[in-house]
Design a protein around this ligand. Structure first.
Ligand SMILES: Cc1cc2nc3c(=O)[nH]c(=O)nc-3n(C[C@H](O)[C@H](O)[C@H](O)COP(=O)(O)OP(=O)(O)OC[C@H]3O[C@@H](n4cnc5c(N)ncnc54)[C@H](O)[C@@H]3O)c2cc1C
Ligand SMILES: Cc1ncc(C[n+]2csc(CCOP(=O)(O)OP(=O)(O)O)c2C)c(N)n1
Ligand SMILES: [Mg+2]
Length: 574
């Protein structure tokens, strides 16, 4: 039988090491799914929503560093991919999306399910092209893959169902896709400029991000030489926080006051591989130096006095021999002491009194951290689970942490956990889910059951969109539209073929989580956590404080005194 365009597409994917495609099938994808059916070495991962397929592919790409693939059928099928693909694009993970298209002869007629993926996906991809005739395959696919790998992001190919079923013209595809790994170093002159500046400075703070992955030793050596506390941005947590005697925590609204003050009190702020987005957390008077692989990132978030283009490992390796030992210890000592105190106060919140409600979410996160394996993969939903993950999960160089940190989409944790578990069947995968987030892509519980993926879901059941409630309080708006009337998630889990458990009281938290983690299959634990658990920013601005008291007054005027008592009981009287 002649090779079809779809077969050639699969040949190229297999050659590139792709082991699976996440998606939901459909008429226009028939050529592709049929070609997968006849092969070994590549698997169709049947999801329940294409958005989840894109999130799952993104998690695979994040963890493996290799290109991952998702697919959606024409029109609504691939339109559903978009939010997940936005997340992949913004997180800079290499993902190929196959957007099936309506029959090519119908294009432009307003046909059933007609959309124009080449236009729809341009914002969330580096490359997006229609394969309108067999001659374009495999070249367009190869360019798409090379672009996703090289520019680290999304590439989309739109393939009409009939084109996929036509005979291929070419018979073979490209055999390898190079991942560029050049060593990028600022010029010799720039390195001496930077060394001179650091050698002249006393109070130096490092703000490090995900761009420090793979350069842990160099970063620690730099901090040792410059006696600089290291503040990390959220996406850098998994690469920077562990084995780090200079760690003073994160900054930002979810950060630690020690991270905040270390940045605000320095003379020189050295930003390395970070795109930390919040301008108000940058110092006004310090000299700011930024090192990033991408020149266009320089000065994006704050004024920058010196910007250097380089990869972290190469740049720090070139810099270190030129650095003198900073003799000024006070800044580092003070920052570390402040960190010790704030860490203790956060740890003090992560407790539970036996039998006494409510369960504090910090306690749940702490127990998870203690019981999870050495190389567990955590995912956390946007919402308060992101806070608990940032503050209570301990990274160790083997554990991983994925969220929707840049795009900030709800409902990311479960589909990302699916991608993680499929890619690493032997590792423990834990989804820290919000009750709002879980409900948003609830159908993916069925994917766990269908593929028997032993993901462990810990649901922070606070019967609200708590993060939004917190934002409303801080802005002085009375909370509204945040209430959730929740189902019994344990029953839903059981119906989907999962072990379903509930922790009602603090003393049930540990045994229930332990049971779920030890269960040989997918499991869900719903934990009834307190709703009003404040996660105050490291520094409370006048506006925020004003907003907060305004909330109190509005609540009293509206006769919601109960809630204020609740707030006080949970947060102030603990
Ligand atoms: C609800 C919510 C609240 C949040 N609150 C906070 C908060 O309080 N604090 C916080 O920190 N974050 C917070 N975040 C996350 C935040 O939005 C950002 O995603 C995060 O701060 C960015 O982390 P990063 O700088 O490490 O990573 P990225 O944004 O991914 O930046 C990495 C940078 O490194 C560069 N790079 C990549 N490779 C290299 C290399 N080899 N060498 C040099 N440079 C390289 C890239 O070009 C990029 O500029 C929150 C997210 C959510 C969803
Ligand atoms: C798709 C999407 N819709 C809305 C939001 C706004 N938002 C951010 S956090 C959040 C609440 C999340 O609720 P839940 O998952 O229950 O977590 P909680 O904060 O209650 O722990 C909402 C609605 C968003 N980030 N993404
Ligand atoms: Mg909630």
């Amino acid at each position: 039988m002649a090779k079809r365009v779809a077969d050639l597409l699969l040949d190229v994917l297999l050659e590139a090491g792709v082991q699976r495609i996440y998606g939901v099938s459909g008429d226009s994808l028939n050529g592709i799914t049929d070609s997968i059916r006849t092969r070994t070495g590549i698997e169709w991962i049947h999801m329940r929503h294409e958005e989840a397929a894109a999130f799952a592919a993104g998690a695979e790409a994040h963890l493996t560093g290799k290109i991952a693939v998702c697919a959606g059928s024409c029109g609504p099928g691939n339109l559903h991919l978009i939010n997940g693909l936005y997340d992949c694009q913004r997180s800079r993970v290499p993902v190929l999306a196959i957007a099936a298209q309506i029959p090519s002869a119908e294009l432009g007629s307003g046909y059933f399910q007609e959309t124009h993926p080449e236009q729809l996906f341009t914002q969330c991809s580096h490359y997006c092209e229609l394969v309108s005739q067999p001659e374009q395959m495999p070249r367009v696919l190869e360019i798409a893959m090379q672009t996703a790998i090289s520019r680290r992001g999304v590439a989309v190919i739109a393939v009409p169902g009939d084109v996929a079923l036509r005979d291929a013209v070419e018979q073979t595809g490209r055999l390898q896709f190079s991942e560029p790994r050049p060593s990028v170093c600022p010029s010799d002159y720039e390195i001496s400029l930077l060394a001179d500046l650091l050698n002249r400075s006393k109070k130096i703070t490092i703000l490090a991000g995900a761009g420090c992955a793979g350069a842990h030793a160099e970063l620690i050596a730099l901090a040792g030489r410059t006696r600089a506390p290291i503040v990390h941005a959220m996406r850098g947590k998994e690469f920077i926080e562990y084995d780090n005697p200079f760690d003073v925590g994160m900054t930002g609204l979810l950060g630690f006051s020690s991270g905040y003050h270390a940045m605000m009190n320095c003379e020189v702020l050295l930003m390395i591989g970070t795109d930390f987005p919040y301008q108000q957390f940058f110092p006004q008077d310090a000299t700011i130096v930024q090192i990033d692989l991408r020149g266009e990132q320089l000065g994006r978030r704050s004024k920058v006095d010196f910007g250097f283009v380089g990869d972290t490992k190469t740049t720090l390796s070139a810099l270190l021999p030129r650095l003198e030992q900073n003799q000024y210890e006070t800044h580092l000592k003070e920052s570390l002491e402040q960190y010790r105190k704030v860490r203790k106060s956060l740890d003090d919140l992560a407790t539970g009194d036996s039998g006494k409600k409510p369960i504090h979410p910090q306690h749940v996160a702490r127990v998870l951290d203690q019981l999870a394996t050495e190389d567990a993969i955590f995912t956390c939903d946007v919402g308060t689970p992101t806070i608990w993950a940032a503050r209570y999960l301990t990274m160790n160089g083997k554990r991983r942490l994925i969220g929707s940190f840049t795009h900030g989409s709800m409902a990311n944790a479960l589909p990302q956990a699916i991608g993680a578990q499929v890619s690493y069947p032997g590792r423990q995968v834990i989804s820290m889910s919000g009750d709002g987030g879980l409900a948003m892509l609830l159908g993916e519980l069925l994917t766990l059951g269908q593929h028997q993926l032993p993901v462990k879901l810990i649901v922070f059941k606070n019967d609200s969109l708590a993060f939004v409630e917190l934002e409303m309080k801080a802005a002085g708006i009375l909370d509204y539209a945040t209430n959730l009337r929740n189902p019994d998630f344990t029953k839903i889990a059981q119906g989907a073929g999962l072990l379903g458990l509930r922790a009602d009281t603090p003393d049930q938290v540990e045994p229930m989580i332990a049971q779920a983690l030890n269960h040989n299959g997918p499991a869900l634990v719903e934990v009834l956590v307190s709703r009003q658990e404040l996660s105050m920013p490291p520094t409370i601005t006048y506006e925020q404080a004003k907003g907060f008291s305004l909330f109190m007054m509005k609540a009293v005027f509206n006769g919601r005194g109960d809630e204020i008592v609740d707030l006080a009981r949970v947060n102030l009287l603990r």
